[in-house]
Design a protein around this ligand. Structure first.
Ligand SMILES: Cc1cc2nc3c(=O)[nH]c(=O)nc-3n(C[C@H](O)[C@H](O)[C@H](O)COP(=O)(O)OP(=O)(O)OC[C@H]3O[C@@H](n4cnc5c(N)ncnc54)[C@H](O)[C@@H]3O)c2cc1C
Length: 309
């Protein structure tokens, strides 16, 4: 079986989420990586070194420079004439591209794949991760998005794939890139952070996030996350959100501070190796999934903890 993997990249390097997608694709068959970008030779060279990648296709065109799904999806759909499966990481951009590819191929997408049982059978979460469905696809070509926390990351070194140039239709004229505002942070990115400190509604303001959550995160070299309530209240930006409608994370340690543990929040973090919860309500649902729980006022406990570290 031949598998085409869409590589998430910034034209110079490959983003981490791609590595789990390569591992998942490797369980299906021969892995060919597609780098669609502009001035993206650096990303293609990095993709060629990923263990398990047998060939890299480089589509270098201004139309693919910003990863616009409207331009990238038709390129992939055309290339799929030579492949049995298409695999993308279940990231924001992956989830933007894959359904369009599925629609163009007139097949069903299998989303957020957790395991590959066989060439046509996969498991995926349903009901916000409260049940795992085993699904069998009868489509001739499979289109899958891969949950990054469910697969090991392929090694970034060890491969020596050849890079082959390909071209597509280029600009479809359906969308155009206007600009981007990228939040810059010295902290690790949430989906690759080993430790995450997350704050909830109880923080009560953005200033408290800065003065209570961030010093603890800095001491631990951790990423900073948040519940949706904290995001909706404007304490922190949207890309901090962990959960069903936010990011899915599985760090070594997840510290939930002033977060009740609503099912939609748990859907994004319950696979963390060690969960530490700080909450003043001893009956808060977060304690049901926590390995370590501290009952008390976060405004007292967290500065003390940070101080002691
Ligand atoms: C379709 C849908 C999708 C959703 N997606 C997401 C998602 O992706 N992520 C997400 O997080 N939510 C999501 N939600 C929202 C979710 O249901 C909850 O509303 C949200 O997670 C609650 O956030 P919270 O725990 O910060 O706030 P609350 O539920 O209000 O909890 C605050 C907690 O802080 C504690 N507390 C208060 N003061 C202190 C103090 N001084 N010291 C210590 N503890 C204190 C309280 O005891 C309480 O447990 C979604 C909801 C829906 C309907």
């Amino acid at each position: 079986m031949s598998v085409l993997v869409w590589v998430e990249h910034d034209n110079a390097s490959v983003k981490d989420a791609t590595l789990a997608a390569v591992t998942a694709a490797g369980k299906l068959g021969d892995v060919v990586a597609l780098v669609a970008g502009h001035g993206a030779q650096g990303a293609a060279d990095a993709a060629a070194k990923i263990a398990g990648v047998s060939k890299v296709l480089l589509a270098d065109d201004a139309a693919y420079g910003h990863g616009l799904a409207e331009n990238v999806a038709p390129l992939i759909a055309d290339l799929m004439a030579g492949y049995d499966a298409f695999v993308a990481p279940a990231t924001t951009t992956g989830k933007n591209i894959a359904p369009r590819v599925a629609a163009l191929l007139d097949v069903m997408q299998v989303s957020e794949v957790l395991s590959v049982e066989s060439a046509d059978t996969f498991t995926r979460p349903i009901y916000a991760g409260n049940a795992i469905a085993t699904v069998k696809s009868s489509d001739a070509k499979k289109v899958l998005t891969i949950r990054g926390t469910a697969f090991d990351k392929a090694a970034t070194e060890g491969g020596s794939a050849a890079v082959e140039a390909v071209s597509g239709k280029g600009d479809t004229g359906l969308s155009s890139f206007v600009g981007s505002e990228i939040a810059k942070s010295e902290r690790p990115e949430l989906t690759s952070a080993k430790i995450i400190v997350s704050g909830g509604r109880a923080l009560a303001s953005g200033e408290n996030f800065t003065s209570i959550i961030e010093p603890l995160a800095d001491k631990l070299g951790a990423g900073v996350g948040a519940s949706r309530a904290a995001v909706d209240a404007g304490y922190v930006p949207n890309d901090y959100q962990v959960g069903q409608t936010g990011k899915i994370v599985a760090p070594e340690v997840y510290i939930a501070i002033g977060i009740s543990g609503a099912i939609q929040h748990l859907a994004g973090m319950k696979d963390s190796k060690v969960i530490i919860a700080i909450n003043k309500d001893e009956d808060a649902p977060i304690f049901q999934v926590a390995d370590v729980g501290l009952v008390g006022d976060l405004f007292k406990i967290v500065p003390e903890l940070t101080e002691k570290l």
